[in-house]
Design a protein around this ligand. Sequence first.
Ligand code: ADP
Length: 190
Amino acid sequence: MLNIVLFGPPGAGKGTQSEKLIEKYKIEHISTGDLFRKHLGEGTELGKLAQKYMNEGNLVPDEVVIGMVDDKINSTADLTGFIFDGFPRTVAQARALDELLTKKGTRISGMVALEVPEDELKKRIRERGKTSGRADDQDEEKINNRIKVYNDETLPVANYYQEQGKLAKIDGVGAIDEIFQKICTVIDNY
Ligand code: ADP
């Protein structure tokens, strides 16, 4: 199985690159942000629980996220692999993901980390906010908080994979297709 963690700050281009990757490698996309937004839209209990965290740009508690990912992995019939997008966002989530995959007899192949300077991130998120309808894309304070939460709580996840020799950093500024090619080169070497 090919199991990729696509990593990077908000606005780094994870969603855009994930779409291209699932098409090329025929693996399942697990975006925890998308899953939460789906629950929100459907008004489920999980959606209601996640809403207050998401709206402020804070992290949803680990056990809630991990339970949702566990369900998603277990409800996927054809196990060819996964792209994890926006997950794991804490070291506790990374450890839990390792356990879930071990139970399935598989493991993370590697992490691809997209690097984008903060000014460029903010520009992209503001631009996306014009059409995304996402409350967390439209408010300067919320955008700043998401970047802060990323730096404080999520960046250590990169070290977790680096210690296992599984981290590849990619420059996330440039043409979408060029960035995609660089990611594919990393993946084809797994
Ligand atoms: P972004 O565009 O900021 O990268 P996402 O679309 O991935 O954000 O997620 C939106 C929000 O959903 C996050 O700000 C957070 O509140 C919540 N969320 C998504 N994934 C996770 C996770 N793995 N752990 C905790 N909270 C999460």
